[in-house]
Design a binder for this molecule. Structure first.
Ligand code: DQA
Length: 139
């Protein structure tokens, strides 16, 4: 059974009540429950932190044993050389995900420190972006 983890960065714990016009009305917990039920043949985990160093610790922890990492580093995508470096360092492939189409938003969201070392990038499909990323690990 493939072992995948979704790692979410800052403010994504507020999904469902944060800027709902951009990020939708569904909480991540509810979405995650649906996805876990939909894909019973995958061991899927979820981790969220608002703290940059904790995200780096988690990436180091899972990055040599899991089959795939689905990473939405949220605002740290655009600022964190540390997260960019750990994505480069680890062996597990990372798919970068964003709920919104970051390229249709402010200029500062066009820069990503993760993309150069990600296996691929999926953005702009709402929460479905996460599901598409999961599917990218199917044979
Ligand atoms: C986001 C886009 C980022 O620019 C923003 O800071 C987020 C969420 C997204 O999923 O669309 O917090 O990563």
């Amino acid at each position: 059974m493939k072992k995948l983890i979704i790692i979410n960065g800052p403010n994504l714990n507020l999904l469902g009540k944060r800027e709902t016009n951009i990020y939708g009305n569904l909480s991540f917990t509810d979405f995650f429950e649906r996805v876990v039920n939909k894909y019973p043949n995958i061991a899927l985990e979820h981790y969220q932190s608002n703290i940059e160093g904790e995200l780096i610790d988690k990436l180091q922890e899972v990055g040599y044993s899991y089959d795939g990492i689905i990473l939405n580093a949220a605002a740290y995508t655009h600022t964190s050389i540390g997260i960019g470096d750990v994505v480069k360092a680890i062996e597990t492939p990372v798919v970068e995900v964003h709920i919104s189409n970051t390229f249709s938003r402010e200029e500062f969201r066009h820069q990503s420190y993760i993309s150069p070392n990600a296996r691929g990038v999926i953005l702009g499909f709402g929460l479905q972006s996460y599901e598409l990323a999961i599917q990218s690990f199917f044979d």
